[in-house]
Design a protein around this ligand. Structure first.
Ligand code: PMP
Length: 394
């Protein structure tokens, strides 16, 4: 037993090229290694640390809740104030009639809840999702994922799923009166930051209304200010039937939610068929951290500064090897010729103290999604390093 080698299986699961940076401490936009190395974090734990690492108000909210209680009981049995306050704060950011919040643990779980809710509400079984979508890693969320390579080994997955091309209005014809829900990322993240036209969203909303189909928007990567609005769908003047969120919601703590109106969420309430049950969903410490996160985003006007900061990145990142930059706010993809060109640049940037990476389904583009608290000076420093890395990478 003593000689047994122990593996942490989370490590290096999703890629052959793990960054494997050892982190001792994180603060603001910085990660610190055990030997005093300092890195600018331009990926925020994949869109999580929108308010920065260990924001003092998030830490105080967590500490205050630690003094009160941790887990009490499976969600829904006791009244827990952090959950109630969080639900109210989140609903205040949403348009009518989205006012019923179901708190869960993660993005994948939020997607599961939303899909179950859509099936129950519509009494239909068919779900439409998008090619190259990423919605999570559990069986249901994987089923609506849009990349066959990642799904193949786990078949059979959920039946009744078909795919359309994100952003293509012609494909909306596939939505019909058998469709329970269409689920899509408002801005496709892991596909390498793809943004559909406003007209696409208007047509999608109309088609869902005509066919009685629920529109589920996955705002797991786009929500909580990332794109320059609290929710990315605000850019497109539509209101979804169900919103799913997680990641940036917790300010670094695990929490997610699916949110709908009273009528839709009503099918999960007070009925014997069980809606969704989650032991730790909406954990009071995470809920307290999340409430602080919503307040920080509003009090520090972080969302209002997103566009200016994104523009600065785009102005500075000019180089013959950069083919294009796709973005919605501070959700950016910097395109290179290929992964073979990009990978040494990422490696060199890390050596020089700036962390970026690539996307699950798009490996020729550099992911840039910094904490929204990043300052102009820090953006200038990060971009200078990236340009230097491009010149030095072999
Ligand atoms: N949807 C989107 C758009 C995501 O980016 C992710 C995570 N990368 C998920 C769902 C799944 O979230 P989680 O890893 O918290 O289950």
């Amino acid at each position: 037993m003593n000689n047994r080698q122990i593996f942490l299986s989370n490590l290096a699961q999703t890629t052959d090229f793990p960054l494997l940076i050892e982190v001792e401490k994180a603060e603001g936009i910085y990660l610190f290694g055990p030997k005093g190395e300092r890195y600018i974090d331009l990926i925020s734990g994949i869109g999580v640390s929108n308010v920065g690492h260990r924001h003092p108000k998030v830490i105080s909210a967590i500490q205050a809740q630690l003094d009160k209680y941790l887990h009490l009981m499976v969600y829904g049995e006791y009244v827990q104030t952090p959950q109630i306050l969080l639900a109210k704060a989140v609903c205040d950011t949403l348009p009518d009639p989205l006012d019923n919040v179901y708190l869960v643990n993660s993005g994948s779980e939020a997607v599961e809840g939303a899909l179950k809710l859509a099936k129950r509400f519509t009494n239909r079984r068919e779900i439409i999702s998008c090619v190259n979508a990423y919605h999570g890693s559990s069986h249901g969320s994987l089923s609506v994922g849009g990349n066959e390579i990642f799904k193949r080994a786990y078949r059979p997955l959920l039946p009744g799923i078909s795919h359309i091309n994100y952003g293509n209005p012609l494909d909306l014809e596939k939505i019909n009166d058998q469709t329970a829900a269409v689920i899509l990322e408002t801005v496709q993240g892991e596909a390498g930051i793809r943004v559909a036209e406003k007209g696409y969203f208007t047509a999608l909303r109309k088609k869902c209304d005509e066919t009685g189909t629920l529109l589920i928007l996955d705002e797991i990567q786009t929500g909580f200010g990332r794109t320059g609005k609290f929710w990315a769908f605000e850019h497109f003047d539509i209101v979804p039937d169900i919103v799913v969120c997680a990641k940036g919601m917790g300010g670094g703590m695990p929490i997610g939610a699916f949110i709908a109106n009273k009528e839709v969420m009503g099918v999960f309430k007070n009925n014997p068929l069980l809606g969704h049950i989650t032991t730790f969903g909406g954990h009071p410490v995470s809920a307290a951290a999340s409430l602080a996160t919503v307040q920080i985003l509003q009090e520090e006007n972080l969302i209002g500064q997103v566009d200016t900061k994104a523009r600065l990145f785009k102005q500075l990142l000019i180089h013959p090897k950069i083919k294009s930059i796709r973005n919605k706010g501070l959700m950016m993809a910097v395109e290179f010729e290929s992964f073979e060109v990009l990978k040494p640049i990422i490696d060199r940037a890390i050596e020089l103290g700036v962390i970026t990476d690539w996307f699950l389904f798009c490996d020729d583009s550099m992911r840039i999604a910094p904490p929204l608290i990043i300052t102009e000076t820090e953006i200038r420093e990060a971009c200078r390093v990236i340009l230097q890395a491009i010149d030095q990478a072999s």
